[in-house]
Design a protein. Structure first.
Length: 255
């Protein structure tokens, strides 16, 4: 092999990763996150605030069960907590008087201990009553299905008047996908790993629009098919205010 041949081969081997990098990687778009939401308690559906195809913001109430009984339970728990706290304050006043009598020698130590023990008992009862209030508040929160992030509603089993049984094998669910954030999924060969490594400035081309990557990651395990060199999964996250349907073709490349 002459010198010119060796130069051509060397230059070609150097340009191979660059050629792959410049050409870009073909892939498809998918939602960045998707979640299926259901109720943790049983009850009758009172309101459904969204339909399939709607957008919703983080924290918005999507579906709400009838909360009449839960609100009554919370009111009772709050009243009981107030009564228990009043009993504690009353016993504290008694204890202050009894300590004065004890210091004057008019009350025995045993009698004072009984007053102190009664205060401890009432304090425990007041603490239990506060826990009942927190439990009632928690159950009231479970009666409202909220969006965990800005999302599109892509599926829903809920209708007004339905009864939800959270212990059923076939639970009613609502499917949400994250709004405005997408993933470009593609495959990368081992020869181009350095060019597409984490931290590289990448772009995602969808149709005639280009989006800057906000993050990227390469799978640790190779995808090996018979007779082929190892390849790796490359996921690139990007942001778009427009709706991009999953399965849409895209190209991942460098700017």
């Amino acid at each position: 092999m002459n010198i010119n041949s060796r130069i051509v081969i060397t230059v070609a081997s150097m340009l191979l990763p660059l050629g792959v990098f410049a050409q870009g990687l073909e892939g498809t778009v998918d939602w960045n996150r998707r979640v299926s939401l259901g109720f943790g308690i049983s009850g009758q559906v009172r309101t459904v605030n969204v339909e399939v195809g709607d957008t919703t913001s983080a924290g918005s109430v999507l579906v709400e069960l009838d909360t009449t009984l839960l609100e009554i339970a919370l009111s009772r728990a709050s009243n009981n907590a107030d009564i228990r706290q009043s009993a504690v304050e009353e016993q504290m006043a008694v204890l202050a008087r009894e300590r004065t009598l004890y210091d004057e020698g008019s009350l025995s130590g045993v009698a004072l201990e009984q007053v102190e023990l009664e205060l401890v008992r009432r304090e425990f009862a007041a603490n239990d009553a506060e826990l009942d209030v927190k439990q009632a508040q928690y159950l009231l929160q479970l009666a409202r299905l909220r969006a965990p992030f800005d999302a599109w509603v892509v599926g829903s089993d809920f209708t007004v008047g339905q009864f939800v049984n959270h212990e059923s094998d076939e639970q009613l669910m609502m499917l949400l996908v994250e709004k405005g954030r997408y993933r470009a999924n593609t495959i990368i060969g081992s020869e181009a790993l350095a060019s597409y490594s984490q931290g590289a400035s990448l772009q995602v081309l969808v149709g005639d629009k280009t989006y800057a990557a906000v993050s990227s990651r390469i799978g640790l395990e190779p995808i090996i098919e018979a007779g082929q060199a190892p390849q790796y999964a490359l996921t690139v996250e990007f942001v778009s205010d427009e709706l991009i349907r999953p399965g849409t073709s895209c190209t991942v490349s460098a700017p």
